[in-house]
Design a protein around this ligand. Structure first.
Ligand code: NDP
Length: 449
């Protein structure tokens, strides 16, 4: 490796992708520095997947405690205390941040706690004005919540702030119908807040199978979550008592105590100096890269959400690994983007892998969809009228299972294992030959006829 630069690799952003790329490159012998302007761990660990999942667990107790009565438990004096959960979650996030720092330190990666911008194909300028050089620069700065240009938009918060609320709002409006909106609608509802989801279009979670997302909508409405569809925001006013008056086009205004913007996340490239050095950016400012994560400037690479390919943590980690193996490990590696499983930690959760039924209809000569629509045993005894729905899509010509979609308790836990079968190209016959594990919900996957 060259010694004419200060570092072999300079990484911008110590999130999931940046940390993986840094430590693996260092393990291959590269001299690595990573600049982080906020906290080591990035969105997933600090203000995304991890604290969100902990809130989902916390929220789920509301239903569990209700159901517990039917299982003989006396839970009459239960009370929820938001600051206890909030502070425990933030403490856990701090612990994980420490672990990430340790990983970098153990691998001799220098952590620079400053914002950095690119000032040349091999040069980075730090916030304190100092300049450093590197043979390769990796942009792994992630994405940030998008806030639309609506009068009064600043009265809303984003997923960056939602983990730090002083108190729980009584009335919550959530803008958007994607991952974050669906997950936080469930969380706030379980905490007894009144939730209204406001979406610009007429459907939630549009990348998921239609039947599955319809089921989530039905269950959410049954639980008491309100939805407003085809309802663009007009303006938001803050009233003297601190509450909000939210004006939507063609609808009655909504009074709320909190507005959460969950309308997508944009690549975090503003002011990073990329275009000035010749790096081509795509829509929303995403760094355009080839299959090896290389940008239009050969010494500059990018991975993760900043490339706006698949905004998922495990994908960013794979891209970070592939980058390090290719550039510093002498082992050219590419990420396989086929059949990536994903989940929405709504109440109940959704999970899916492969083709939805409408994709199969468009892409395959002939397909077949098998559906199991059932009430989980636990819900029956609990008197909870919530049905699960599992769906298997097969290519009729080959009998191959090309998609699995589920909504129901623990769907993401079950789907991770089932996704291996889809990735391996197993057939429906092979599913059917597998003996059921009884009594479970997942046995439905091998019992659909
Ligand atoms: P999503 O892309 O999931 O959803 C965005 C929602 O906002 C959609 O309903 C979209 O409507 C709507 N929208 C988009 N632009 C506008 C606009 N200009 N005005 C009004 N509405 C708009 O975004 P999220 O913010 O929920 O999440 C960001 C990303 O983070 C996700 O894409 C996902 O990759 C990742 N994430 C993953 C999670 C997981 O894996 N469980 C959890 C949380 C986030 P329309 O459908 O009409 O486009």
């Amino acid at each position: 490796m060259t010694t004419s630069y200060d570092y072999d690799l300079f990484v911008l952003g110590a999130g999931s992708g940046g940390v993986r790329a840094s430590r693996v490159s260092a393990a291959h012998g590269a001299r690595v520095a990573v600049a982080e302007e906020y906290r080591v761990g990035g969105t997933c660990v600090i203000r995304g997947c991890v604290p969100k999942k902990l809130l989902v667990y916390g929220a789920h107790f509301a239903e569990d405690l209700q159901d517990a009565r039917r299982f003989g438990w006396d839970v009459d004096h239960c009370r929820f205390d938001w600051p206890t959960l909030r502070d425990n979650v933030l403490f856990e996030v701090e612990r994980l941040e420490g672990i990430y720092n340790d990983i970098l330190e153990r691998n001799e990666v220098e952590v620079i706690p400053q914002r950095a911008r690119i000032s040349g194909p091999h040069e980075v300028t730090l916030e304190d004005g100092s300049k450093v050089t590197a043979g390769t620069i990796l942009v792994a700065v992630g994405a940030r919540p998008f806030v639309p240009d609506v009068p009064g938009a600043e009265h809303g918060i984003t997923s960056n702030e939602v983990f730090h609320l002083e108190t729980l709002p009584k009335r919550v409006v959530i803008a958007g119908g994607g991952y974050i909106a669906s997950e936080f609608a469930g969380i706030f509802h379980q905490f007894s807040c009144h939730v209204t989801v406001v979406n610009r279009g007429d459907r939630i979670l549009r990348h998921y199978d239609e039947q599955i997302r319809d089921r989530l909508l039905t269950i959410s409405l049954m639980k008491g979550i309100d939805f407003k569809f085809n309802a663009p925001f007009e303006k938001i006013e803050k009233k003297e008592d601190g509450s909000l008056r939210i004006q939507l086009q063609g609808q009655d205004p909504i009074e709320a105590d909190m507005l959460l913007w969950a309308v997508g996340r944009n690549p975090n490239t503003e002011g990073l100096g990329l275009e000035e050095v010749g790096v081509k950016l795509g829509k929303n400012g995403a760094v355009l890269v080839d299959d090896d994560n290389q940008s239009s400037v050969p010494s500059i690479y990018a991975i993760g959400d900043v490339t706006d390919r698949v905004q998922l943590t495990p994908v960013a980690i794979r891209e970070g690994q592939a980058f390090a193996e290719t550039v510093f490990g002498g082992n050219p590696t590419r990420v396989d983007y086929e059949n990536i499983p994903s989940a929405v930690f709504s109440h109940p959760p959704i999970a899916g892998v492969g083709m939805t039924e409408s994709q199969a209809r468009d892409k395959l000569g002939s397909y077949k969809a098998y559906v199991s629509d059932f009430r989980p045993m636990k819900n029956v005894l609990a008197g909870r009228n919530e049905r699960a729905l599992y769906k298997i899509i097969i290519d009729e010509e080959t009998d191959q299972v090309v998609g699995i979609h589920m909504i129901g308790p623990d769907a993401p836990e079950i789907l991770q294992a089932a996704a291996i079968a889809v990735k391996a190209g197993l057939t429906k016959k092979q599913f059917d030959e597998t003996i059921a594990l009884h009594p479970t919900m997942s046995e439905e996957l091998v019992l659909m006829r």
